[in-house]
Design a protein around this ligand. Structure first.
Ligand SMILES: NC(=O)c1ccc[n+]([C@@H]2O[C@H](COP(=O)([O-])OP(=O)(O)OC[C@H]3O[C@@H](n4cnc5c(N)ncnc54)[C@H](OP(=O)(O)O)[C@@H]3O)[C@@H](O)[C@H]2O)c1
Length: 254
């Protein structure tokens, strides 16, 4: 299927890690991009109230929803109830394609945030607008963003967890490809180049930052621990595979 040219694309959460990269990628390809978020100067919207959505979506062809909230209350309000409100506003505005963002394997790890992501996928996939869901593995930014503050305490408590981190810019490239094509009414999986244990990722982070943080192996009990040890958040059948390893990303000084 040919990619569409000169689209008007709204990126909800366009000031976040993924959203910023998606907006930049789409602009670079010549599309008109609107950045939607609570603090966007251009299109301030609040997904928890629906404020600003009608104005922001008027005349848009495609919406990429890269918004996020990880607090227990905020996640449901933004990702599930907010998603319903966003889709209703898209239907009114005549948007032709909604690109949802989710997480590889989220249905296999029963923690609150992942349950919310599964619920969000359901809202999109049974919603009123033609859709494609892009599922990604953990971003390098997230892994580094968890390890850095922990290191300040001098300890890295590390459960055994097989992960497949990916550079957010590579996910953004795949999301832009999806946004340019007609809705699939299906999912596209994007994953990093290698499956690595969190303990090895932490050692790479430690070396790159010349840190003396002490790695402390911990055991995560129960279903969540078992799922992470078994690599529930990884895939060997990604539709798109990033090429930048966590080590290379660290070496580039991110
Ligand atoms: N991080 C990862 O490793 C990872 C991996 C796989 C998939 N994902 C998925 O990728 C998506 C983006 O994640 P991210 O880590 O890039 O997010 P992020 O950096 O936390 O950015 C979140 C964005 O959402 C906006 N936002 C939050 N609440 C809002 C509200 N009520 N109304 C409007 N905008 C709101 C924020 O802007 P304001 O604060 O200005 O509103 C910001 O632009 C999510 O669906 C996430 O599940 C993330």
């Amino acid at each position: 299927m040919n990619a569409q040219e000169n689209l008007t694309v709204a990126v909800a959460g366009g000031t976040g890690t993924l959203g910023r990269a998606v907006a930049e990628e789409l602009r670079g390809r010549g599309h008109r991009v609107r950045v939607l978020s609570r603090r966007s100067a251009e299109y301030p919207v609040d997904l928890t109230t629906g404020e600003g959505l009608a104005e922001a979506l008027a005349g848009c062809d495609v919406v990429v929803d890269a918004s996020n909230s990880t607090s227990p209350k905020g996640a449901k309000a933004t990702l599930v109830d907010g998603e319903r409100m966003l889709l209703a506003a898209e239907e009114k505005a005549g948007v032709g394609h909604h690109v949802g963002i989710s997480i590889v394997g989220c249905e296999k790890v029963p923690i609150g945030y992942y349950r919310t992501k599964v619920a969000q996928e359901g809202v999109v996939e049974s919603g009123p607008v033609d859709w494609t869901t892009v599922r990604a593995t953990q971003f390098h930014e997230l892994v580094a963003g968890v390890l850095a503050p922990l290191a300040r305490s001098g300890l890295h408590p590390l459960p055994k967890a097989r992960l497949q981190p990916v550079a957010s810019v590579e996910v953004a490239h795949a999301v832009a490809d999806v946004a340019e094509r007609p809705a699939l009414r299906g999912r596209v999986e994007v994953a990093g180049p290698e499956i690595v244990d969190l303990r090895d990722l932490a050692l790479q982070w430690r070396a790159a930052h010349r840190s003396r943080v002490l790695p402390v192996p911990v055991v995560l009990p129960g279903t969540v621990g078992r799922a992470l040890r078994a690599g529930a958040l990884t895939t060997d059948r990604a539709d798109v595979r990033g090429t930048t390893t966590f080590g290379q990303w660290l070496m580039a000084g991110r």
